[in-house]
Design a protein around this ligand. Structure first.
Ligand code: ADP
Ligand code: MG
Length: 281
């Protein structure tokens, strides 16, 4: 895995301090270390649903991404156009280097396309200010990554609380949402454990709880089972499917595993930065 990837992943949670061109222009975020433990002492609120079925959630129009390193260029995406409706579960498959992660990062506003347009929930990302994209990401998009990207010195519940704390949610909301999210992934009893006291599958379920805790419109999952054994991976995929079916959350799952991809209603195949085929699962 390239170095920037993990940092970028954490940036997805932290706010506008994410590395990358867009983040570099953003304002510095408040420290997430402030008050996590204090805030977690408190009480309740209700949850809301996510997404209106049938409406467009994601539209990519002739999206290109070229990475420049000195004199050399890497063409990661070459004219991708794709529509994903609210409530869809779409799997993106393709060999290593085909542009899957790049696509997910662009959709999540973690990086900007070199050309083309990306519209999320009715708004072109390019027309959003850095602060707007940061807030949108923090409130509407749940990210799940192959290597979990949990903060090692934080407990499970503190990791799950992080996006809410960054958003300065009232303490009582934080408590209730964290409880509900941990219960949903079946880890209420592990809430005080740190990542190094959890198995890989449990860490990924904590990461999933951290994505679910904001009641996201959209979950972007990049090889979430890539580091898990088959059975544990299936558990994580079942939870993603539950989020999709029960909360109507739009899910984009990047994977190179055909069995994982079959959880999607649609499977989009990428090769050399272009969509080469689409199949229904
Ligand atoms: P996948 O996730 O399908 O394995 P990626 O989207 O990570 O593929 O990468 C697509 C191509 O873009 C690869 O050739 C990769 O090396 C290149 N690439 C991705 N990110 C960067 C970057 N930050 N700088 C330079 N090249 C990159
Ligand atoms: Mg990748």
């Amino acid at each position: 895995m390239r170095g920037p990837c993990g940092a970028r992943a954490l940036g997805a949670l932290r706010s506008s301090d994410a590395p990358g061109p867009r983040a570099a222009r953003g304002k510095a975020a408040g420290s997430f270390t402030c008050g996590a433990r204090a805030v977690l002492g408190c009480a309740l609120t209700a949850r809301h649903g996510c997404g209106t079925p049938g409406t467009a959630m994601i539209a990519l129009r002739d999206v290109h991404k070229v990475f420049r390193q000195g004199q050399s260029e890497v063409r990661a995406l070459s004219g991708v156009s794709l529509d994903i409706a609210a409530g869809d579960f779409v799997s993106i498959m393709g060999p290593s280097g085909s542009g899957k992660s790049t696509l997910l990062h662009l959709v999540g506003g973690l990086d900007e396309p070199t050309a083309g347009e990306i519209v999320i929930d009715g708004t072109a990302i390019s027309r959003m200010t850095d602060d707007e994209i940061t807030i949108f990401r923090r409130r509407k998009i749940g990210f799940v990554f192959q290597f979990f990207n949990l903060l090692p010195t934080y407990s499970a519940e503190e990791n799950v609380a992080l996006p809410l704390l960054l958003d300065r949610r009232p303490a009582r909301d934080v408590r209730a949402r964290v409880d509900a999210a941990l219960a949903q992934v079946g880890l209420g009893h592990r809430r005080r454990h740190r990542p190094d006291e959890l198995s890989g599958g449990e860490m990924q379920r904590v990461a999933l709880a951290r994505a679910l805790v904001i009641d996201p419109l959209l979950i972007l999952a990049d090889e979430p089972t890539g580091n898990l054994d088959t059975r544990t991976g299936e558990h994580v995929l079942d939870l993603l499917r539950d989020a999709n079916r029960m909360r109507n959350c739009t899910v984009v799952l990047v994977t190179h595993d055909a069995q994982a991809a079959a959880y999607g209603q649609r499977i989009v195949h990428l090769k050399d930065g272009a969509v080469v085929n689409e199949t229904a699962a």
